[in-house]
Design a protein around this ligand. Structure first.
Ligand SMILES: *Cc1c(COP(=O)(O)O)cnc(C)c1O
Length: 436
């Protein structure tokens, strides 16, 4: 276990309120706080030189390792050029180039990019844009939202309204305008899960389409729910229903975009295009907060008018920050130069071959993989997640189970040795943690 004498730990506990954390667990030492001094590729290096392999890409953001030389170089150059300028009334090369390149990745179908600061702000933007679109086209009653059971779209108030994770939402329920929660296509619900979920969506839309603005989904993998995976078939059916009933489809690819599921965008695997696409997390390679909501020409056009109030007046101070955009451009360069999607097929297969034998463990069920996401459920007691986290750290691996689901979402840059280290650590921690 981490020695608590590192003065940084004591100072952190006195002054920093850590996210998604019951701070008392740190205060009592029940949960170790890791003092991280440096990052090096997939490794995090502690103040005392201890090394942990970042098996979850620092909350799913880091694609090409920590302190990546190419992203660092792009940022140094940008620092000497322009650190920031407001995006209202001004523009700059990094934001234009990023919007153009992202648009090309959607074949030009989502040609308009609105920038925000983080994932939750992207969700807010997509929801507001959808409802405002319907208001602008004379159908203001279309202002309700649909989301899926177990869905997660961020933790600001609007985003919590379309989030179905009780531990994040319940304390704030009185403050939130809740969306309608529809059944999830989670494949663990059986072979007909996609069709059953689509049938439920159809029934709801049939009755309520006239007051519905949009359906928001996490395509292919509901990550925060515990890596709940579904078939692309659901997305195809949902797209067709949204078209039929004139309801927007919002794809929240904040976690599953940027190559995580095997294609650059997860929705590509269903051969569909959403009306709004939300990106964040990996878009800057895990360097800087940036999010973007991409949408279609027809939606953009509905906001053009002499009246200022028909415009989309949403803003964040750091919208389109040049440093963040440069990090994103450097990230897209790496995708192109290193043919990352193809390389990930091979890397993912190698990791899969190492982890899949765990599926035979008597306490493991639903081993699953989509692209560079690997997960399995463990039949155990509620204390398992904490024990697993501790044990994995002792084996030099940083993983944070979600309830009884162990998952890996590693950076795309693992070499053979770091992959070995990661897969061995995951298997060893399972054996130890299963003993309460
Ligand atoms: C992380 C996440 C968000 C929220 O992003 P933040 O940057 O944490 O606000 C929204 N949607 C999904 C699917 C996410 O995984």
């Amino acid at each position: 276990m981490r020695p608590m004498q590192d003065p940084l730990l004591q100072r952190s506990l006195k002054s920093v309120w850590h996210p998604c954390t019951q701070m008392q667990q740190h205060d009592t030492g029940a949960l170790p706080l890791l003092p991280v001094a440096r990052g090096e590729g997939p490794w995090l290096i502690g103040t005392d030189g201890q090394r942990w392999l970042d098996g979850i890409s620092s909350w799913w953001v880091n694609l090409f390792g920590h302190c990546n030389p190419r992203i660092n170089a792009a940022l140094r150059d940008q620092l000497e050029t322009l650190e920031h300028v407001l995006l209202a009334g001004c523009t700059h090369a990094p934001v234009v180039e990023l919007a153009e390149r992202l648009s090309v990745l959607t074949n030009g179908e989502l040609g308009h990019c609105f920038f925000g600061s983080d994932g939750a702000s992207a969700t807010e933007i997509a929801l507001k844009m959808s409802a405002h679109y319907w208001r602008n086209v004379g159908r203001p009653e279309k202002n309700r939202f649909l989301c899926l059971a177990g869905g997660y779209h961020g933790e600001t108030m609007g985003a919590l309204g379309v989030t179905d994770i009780a531990i994040f939402r319940d304390a704030y329920a009185p403050l939130i305008r809740a969306a309608t929660v529809l059944p999830s296509p989670d494949s663990r619900n059986g072979p007909d899960a996609a069709r059953a979920a689509a049938d439920a969506l159809a029934a709801h839309l049939e009755a309520h389409h006239s007051e519905t603005a949009a359906l928001i989904v996490e395509p292919l993998v509901q990550c925060a729910a515990g890596m709940a995976m579904h078939e692309p078939e659901y997305l195809r059916l949902a797209r067709a229903l949204c078209d039929r009933y004139e309801v927007h489809l919002i794809c929240d690819e904040i976690a599953v975009g940027c190559g995580r599921t095997g294609t650059f965008f997860a929705h590509e695997q269903a051969n569909i295009r959403p009306d709004f696409l939300c990106l964040s997390k990996g878009i800057t390679g895990g360097y800087l907060p940036l999010s973007v909501v991409m949408t279609r020409e027809a939606i953009y056009a509905a906001f053009l008018d002499d009246a200022t109030a028909r415009g989309f007046l949403h803003s964040h101070s750091y919208t389109g920050n040049p440093l963040a955009c440069r990090a994103a451009l450097a990230t897209l360069d790496i995708f192109a130069q290193d043919n990352v999607l193809a390389a990930n097929v091979a890397l993912g297969d190698r990791i899969d071959a190492r982890l899949r034998p765990l599926a035979g463990h008597p306490r493991v069920s639903h081993y699953r993989r989509r692209g560079m996401i690997f997960a399995f459920d463990v039949e155990t007691d509620p204390g398992f997640g904490r024990r697993y986290y501790h044990t994995a750290l002792q084996h030099g691996v940083l993983v944070r189970p979600i309830a009884n689901t162990v998952y890996l979402m590693p950076p795309y840059t693992l070499d053979e040795a770091s992959m070995d280290h990661l897969c061995n650590g995951v298997a060893k921690a399972l054996e130890v943690a299963l003993t309460p």
